[in-house]
Design a protein around this ligand. Structure first.
Ligand code: IMP
Ligand code: MG
Length: 383
């Protein structure tokens, strides 16, 4: 029995939403309707038996594991009328053209896969497949925290939410996934979106061309950074090392969000002189740390990393004193201006190439007191 019209139908949702269960249900019904069915899955999915797809609820259906989408056409039998593809998020993008061409030929194509990854971001070719499909069903799991409908997959490492950039699981660490509702889905260390420029409020300095990060945005992000640092330094002798003078406002807010016992230190350095808007790589130390940092966990707190020359010199110097660890937390990162590689571990906001002022940052030593990050109009000079 051939279909008159081919079509693509998608079954998607988080882990444990019952996608495979739903596909198996459709395939069994197709068999009852005397359709010829073939099922494919990517080889990397070897969670259970290999020659079948298995739902979390225990249903099974025979399936052919394939390495890539181009392996499927030679395996198709002439009498096949229904093709199912499971775990489609793991396929190459060729699966989109394949699904289209099968449907064009009159086949019924059923595709199951995760719509988003553990970060909550679109997963592989699923968005394209959903766009070209005739039917899309988003089904839901049950949130492990609240019992509500779950639309997200939470990745946990040793019981804690995995970081956005946690690549592989450390040896000995237990990794686990569970379904979560949007408001219970946590992805620490997600890079903050590039702020967009907002108008300068009335009564503010006229040399400002715009507000890049508002006081509210800073407050929210500093709280997030503090939570990450708190999580990462449990049981460690933490020293927050503020680079004066630009980092001071950031430090005093950040330390209140780090709810672990820690000490603070200060270093005063200068990287360039008033009137010059680019660091020379000539770093002068005016004030050094008070304590011996050997064996301590040092987190450098900076206002902004621009070319990277200043921090590179500071790190070289601090490393000779043999701290237990040395990491960097910067409020702002002008990433596109980097001239020397520095490992920045915590970033408040990645910003475009503007000269900025406020929240500790100066223009020619003034205006550090502005509660937001403003953009200085090009060509502006004090006095
Ligand atoms: P770098 O050596 O080029 O990375 O410069 C780092 C230092 O330059 C920072 O600690 C700031 O003091 C200063 N800086 C860089 N960009 C800006 C800016 O846009 N406004 C104010 N100060 C800046
Ligand atoms: Mg500075």
């Amino acid at each position: 029995m051939k279909h008159d019209n081919g079509s693509i139908e998608i079954v998607t949702g988080s882990m444990f939403s019952g996608k495979t269960e739903e596909v198996i249900r459709r395939l069994r019904r197709a068999r009852i309707a005397r359709q010829q069915v073939q099922v494919f899955k990517p080889v990397i999915d070897n969670r259970y038996g290999i020659e079948k797809i298995t739902s979390h609820a225990g249903s099974e259906f025979e399936a052919t594991p394939v390495a890539r989408s181009s392996d499927i056409p030679p395996l198709l039998k002439p009498e096949t009328t229904v093709v199912a593809i499971d775990e489609a998020q793991f396929f190459d993008y060729g699966v989109v053209a394949l699904a289209n061409s099968l449907a064009d030929r009159g086949l019924r194509v059923i595709v199951a896969g995760l719509d988003t990854d553990f970060r909550g971001e679109p997963f592989g070719p699923m968005p394209q497949l959903m766009a070209v499909a005739e039917h899309v069903d988003k089904i839901h799991a049950i949130c492990a925290v609240s019992g509500e409908e779950a639309s997200r997959t939470q990745r946990l490492i040793n019981g804690q939410p995995a970081y956005y950039d946690d690549p592989v699981v450390a040896v000995g660490a237990a990794e686990l996934y569970e379904a979560r509702a949007r408001n219970h889905h946590a992805v620490p260390r997600r890079p903050a979106a590039m702020p967009s420029v907002q108008p300068v409020p009335p009564g503010q300095p006229e040399f400002l061309g715009g507000v890049l990060v508002t006081a509210e945005q800073i407050k929210a992000r500093v709280a997030e950074l503090g939570a990450m640092i708190t999580r990462d330094y449990v049981g460690k002798d933490l020293v927050l090392l503020c680079i004066l003078r630009g980092g001071v406002m950031f430090l005093t807010d950040l330390m209140r969000e780090v709810t672990l016992p820690h000490t603070v230190e200060f270093m005063a350095i200068s990287s360039y002189e008033p009137g010059v808007r680019k660091s020379t790589g000539q770093v002068r130390i005016h004030l050094d740390v008070k304590q011996d940092i050997a064996g301590k966990h040092i987190l450098v707190v900076e206002d902004i990393v621009d070319t990277g020359h200043t921090l590179a010199r500071v790190l070289d110097l601090l490393n000779t004193r043999e701290p237990a660890s040395l990491r960097i937390c910067t409020l702002l990162d002008k990433a596109e201006r980097r001239e020397t590689q520095v490992p920045v571990d915590y970033v408040g906001f990645t910003i475009p190439n503007h000269f900025v002022v406020g929240y500790g940052l100066d223009v020619d030593e003034y205006h550090r007191n502005l509660p937001y990050i403003g953009i200085v109009k090009p060509g502006f000079n004090i006095g």
